[in-house]
Design a protein around this ligand. Structure first.
Ligand code: 5GP
Ligand code: ZN
Length: 114
């Protein structure tokens, strides 16, 4: 299930190029085109879901688990720690409506976020 206008569905389909960090039948991870940290990877389900609410309501439990596992594994490559972010909705800073986890690492993170 993919959405014709969705950038990330196009990346999954191979219609837009990306630097793939991980790829299997259910989950892909790509380098963010506009990195905000030395490591900035986007981890997303192959099957389109607009946001975390829709994903949690429709995805199989194994896929939810796998998404977190892949994100945690990539984050763990930064031994000092890392940050996972899921921007949701316009005021949450979401600009691509296909659920993705930002994995940010390689520098100290500040809090609160902007
Ligand atoms: P959001 O703003 O929805 O939380 O995150 C969307 C992210 O997707 C942004 O960090 C943005 O840089 C990234 N992005 C947008 N278009 C593309 C693209 O075509 N390729 C890749 N690799 N990343 C993209
Ligand atoms: Zn999509």
């Amino acid at each position: 299930m993919s959405e014709a206008s969705c950038i990330f569905c196009k990346i999954v389909a191979g219609d837009i190029p990306a630097n793939f960090i991980h790829r299997d039948d259910e989950i892909v991870a790509i380098a963010d085109v506009n990195p905000q940290a030395p490591r900035h990877v986007l981890v997303l389900p192959v099957r389109h879901a607009a946001n975390v609410i829709e994903f949690a309501a429709t995805a199989d439990a194994e896929v939810v688990q796998k998404l977190l596992r892949v994100a945690g594994k990539i984050g763990s490559e930064d031994p000092g720690g890392f940050r996972l972010v899921m921007n949701t909705g316009p005021e949450g800073g979401q600009t691509v409506d296909h659920l993705h986890i930002h994995v940010l690492g390689g520098r100290p993170m500040t809090w609160p976020p902007g």
